[in-house]
Design a protein around this ligand. Structure first.
Ligand SMILES: N[C@@H](CCC(=O)N[C@@H](CS)C(=O)NCC(=O)O)C(=O)O
Length: 215
């Protein structure tokens, strides 16, 4: 099989790529990386010295592709399927990329800040940074709630890169900053995401690992 995905089943950014792969039934070999295992960490660092997953290795084209958004764009270009993630029309592609950046930078990364703080050694927490992150997530919920009021998916009627980014960010976001009763459109959008077969599969496969999530 040409494609290998270096990933972990609990990793939110890996979910983003798994959703894209499952959307199109793209064949790939999953390579689970335990970052606590020195050999596995070293193998990941060799591919991508930043040391973060997901990383895609395409043996047919001899390419290493890191970064979730770039991987999905690569899949869309070289392994296209029934779901197209970024429109060919640049006027449609730009707002899709903007939504992807919005979910990654303003929901996903603040969510990681809140969760990451739980893993810090005692005495090294950053309560001010965590409060800022929580406020950022909360303000994004308001934006999303207004945006998806009359939409099925993040960009409208079609499922795109933006939805791949939204699903994991909102799943874990809701765990650290619950949507609450005042975000009905956001809640309904999230329910549609969870019902999407690609994301439902990701969640099913992650379930055995949920106990590892820091509370
Ligand atoms: N910008 C990257 C972020 C990837 C990322 O943050 N991955 C996390 C897992 S969700 C990771 O590798 N964490 C391990 C570490 O930082 O050591 C992407 O979009 O792929």
């Amino acid at each position: 099989m040409s494609l290998k995905l270096y990933y972990h089943p609990l990793s939110s950014f890996c979910w983003k790529v798994l959703i894209a792969l499952y959307e199109n039934d793209t064949p790939f070999t999953p390579v689970m990386v335990d970052l606590g295992n020195q050999a596995e960490r070293a193998a990941l660092l060799k591919l991508w010295p930043i040391g973060k997953f997901p990383v895609l290795r395409d043996e047919a084209r001899d390419r290493v592709v890191p970064e979730s958004s770039i991987i999905i764009e690569y899949l869309d270009n070289h392994y296209p399927g029934r779901t197209r993630f970024i429109a060919a029309d640049t006027e449609l592609a730009r707002p899709t990329r903007l939504r992807d950046r919005f979910y990654d930078l303003y929901v996903h990364l603040p969510m990681q800040k809140v969760v990451g703080d739980r893993l810090r050694p005692p005495g090294n927490n950053d309560p001010f940074g965590v409060e800022e992150a929580r406020a950022r997530i909360e303000s994004c919920y308001g934006m999303i709630d207004r945006e998806v009021a009359n939409r099925t998916w993040a960009m409208g009627d079609t499922f795109t890169l933006a939805d791949c980014a939204a699903a994991p960010a909102l799943f874990y976001g809701n765990m650290v900053v619950p949507f609450g009763d005042n975000h009905k459109n956001l809640t309904a959008y999230f329910e549609r995401l969870k019902a999407r077969p690609s994301f439902a599969r990701v969640l099913r496969e992650a379930e055995p690992y949920f106990a590892m999530f820091p509370k």
